[in-house]
Design a protein around this ligand. Structure first.
Ligand SMILES: [Zn+2]
Length: 175
């Protein structure tokens, strides 16, 4: 079976507060890349003519626009992080730039949310593609890969956040 693989770079900031003694509780950033592997839900033989799995330029363009416009330079925070209230009180115009996850925005959590988001875009596009594997490279030597269904690994009871919507949202703060 063919896979279509594409990669995008972005810069981000986050902090992880579940371990208050950890150095990751101080806001800091990484230059990351996200690598998505797509497959056709109904694989077919090459036709001997155009010989393409499926036209995927549109799916790729939608995904890369989301990464460039929303994920790049977003500040990733856990939903319970008091810094969200700080932004609400002092810089509400920047709330849309907060990428909010259930619990700490670890690389594992980000991979699950991004994979779910990409699959929401693909389903809405109706192109017959789905993301079967997604990798977030936090550093050149540290990456997390998720294969399968992100719904199986996201925390129980957090099934309907921004990551299941085929739109540009990266948090649910307005709702
Ligand atoms: Zn970090």
């Amino acid at each position: 079976m063919f896979s279509l693989v594409f990669t995008r770079r972005y810069s981000m900031a986050h902090r992880l507060i579940a371990d208050p003694a950890g150095k990751c509780a101080i806001p800091h950033g990484h230059n990351e890349q996200v690598i998505a592997r797509l497959q056709s839900a109904a694989p077919q033989r090459l036709d001997g003519g155009a010989n393409m799995v499926v036209p995927f330029d549109r799916a790729k363009a939608r995904w890369h626009r989301f990464i460039d416009d929303q994920v790049d330079h977003a500040f990733q925070l856990g939903a319970g992080d008091p810094m969200i209230d700080w932004f609400r009180a002092h810089e509400p115009q920047r709330l849309g730039r907060l990428l909010v996850t259930p619990g700490d925005p670890t690389t594992e959590m980000l991979a699950a949310c991004l994979m779910a988001k990409l699959n929401a875009f693909l389903a809405a596009d109706g192109n017959g593609l789905r993301c079967v594997e997604l990798t977030v490279e936090e550093t050149p030597t540290n990456a997390v890969t998720l294969a399968g269904d992100p719904a199986d690994v996201l925390p129980a009871g957090d099934g309907a956040g921004w990551w299941v919507r085929a739109d540009d949202s990266i948090n649910d703060l307005a709702s």
